[in-house]
Design a protein. Structure first.
Length: 376
């Protein structure tokens, strides 16, 4: 068994790019990751994608000359990219392969004109309950219970757009006000357009290899992954809370980190504003019911004590499903290397990535995948 380093990361520009083919998106991300790692070949590839055509991984990599090595495609809803990363990490950690590429890719602008179509074989799908509506139910409950205000929900978008102003790869970089967020078009009451992540196209990649112990090296401290349990009346929490809470316990234990407050920077799955608030509570950054107040008080901003989504998150980058998790990995790697520019979190040594995949019927989420990265 060996310690594993993230030798290099890369990312295409994200956003709606129907004029670009998937091959060019992958080439942009993989070329950057390989140049960052200083390598020209890998021993194996794990690829995360949700709506890619059969054989899409081999097809896009063939164009780059990556052939003749094992190429494994994984689908795990929104957590597909981080699932590919975890499997690539395990392949290196156990000595199965020496240098492994983890790749995530999705082109959604040509596949969807609106929300992802619900699965018709699920009860929710048959009633048309798309993910915006599922998250809206959580937001409505928080509002009803006084756990959040409309202004606090909107403050998540305001914060993340402010962060994105320093991220040249984010397509949505204009700053917002609370009033602009709340007055945008209603999507699923109480969530407005500017509280929902847009569909997006893009690719992101990471090269993993055995750690060398060099100064400044970013290593994988721990990973954890859970699938959702049955979500029914036995849980007092909104959808997605329990799986994030339980995976947090797993990853902190695996990393031998005493408290989530020992983490310096977070990238979490903010597909909707309420999603970031629920996640920060489930992670233990703040107590249940205090997530909205923490955003409004600036605690989760770049200047706060627990910076969340310095990249601008999914709300600013968009959500190319297969690529999202590896885009989060890339952001935390840049943060730990001190290469995040205007959005840099000072003296960051430990970073946590959380990706939540939804929404299999009856379960508390499809999957939750977490990784803790560490700067030497």
């Amino acid at each position: 068994m060996s310690r594993v380093a993230v030798r290099g990361v890369g990312m295409s520009r994200l956003g709606r790019q129907p004029d670009r083919d998937i091959i060019s998106l992958v080439a942009e991300a993989v070329d950057e990751a390989c140049a960052d790692a200083g390598i020209e070949a890998v021993d194996a590839v794990w690829v995360g994608t949700v709506f890619g055509a059969p054989g899409v991984a081999q097809r896009v990599l063939r164009s780059m000359g990556v052939t003749g090595v094992p190429i494994i495609t994984v689908e795990n809803a929104c957590a597909s990219g981080t699932t590919a990363f975890v499997e690539a990490y395990e392949a290196v950690r156990t000595g199965r392969f020496g240098r492994v590429l983890a790749l995530g890719v999705e082109q959604m602008s040509t596949a969807f004109t609106g929300p992802i179509v619900p699965e018709s074989t699920d009860p929710e799908g048959r009633t048309g309950l798309a993910l915006p509506a599922l998250y809206a139910m959580s937001a409505a409950r928080y509002l009803h219970e006084g756990a959040v205000t409309p202004e606090q929900l909107a403050a998540v978008s305001v914060k993340n757009r402010e962060h994105a102003a320093g991220n040249p790869r984010a397509p949505f970089r204009n700053r917002l006000t609370i009033d602009e967020v709340l007055s945008s078009r209603l999507i699923a009451d109480p969530l407005t357009l500017l509280q929902c992540c847009p569909t997006s196209d893009g690719a992101a990649a990471a090269i993993l290899a055995p750690a060398t112990g060099a100064d400044g090296e970013v290593t994988v401290r721990a990973t954890a992954m859970r699938s959702g349990r049955v979500w029914d009346q036995s849980s007092p929490h909104v959808w997605g809370f329990d799986i994030v809470r339980d995976t947090t316990v797993d990853v902190l234990a695996a990393a031998a980190v005493d408290s989530v407050h020992d983490i310096d920077v977070f990238e979490v799955h903010d597909a909707f504003t309420i999603g970031e608030i629920v996640t920060t509570e489930a992670l233990g950054i703040v107590a249940p019911g205090e997530g909205g107040a923490a955003v409004a008080a600036g605690r989760t901003s770049l200047r706060g004590d627990m910076p969340v989504n310095p990249s601008g998150g999914l709300l600013s980058r968009g959500h190319p499903l297969g690529a999202t998790g590896l885009a989060q990995i890339a952001e935390i790697t840049w943060q730990l290397c001190g290469r995040a520019g205007d959005r840099q979190v000072g003296s960051a040594r430990l970073g946590l990535i959380e990706t939540m995949g939804g929404g299999v019927s009856v379960l508390d989420g499809n999957s939750c995948v977490m990784t803790i990265l560490e700067a030497s």
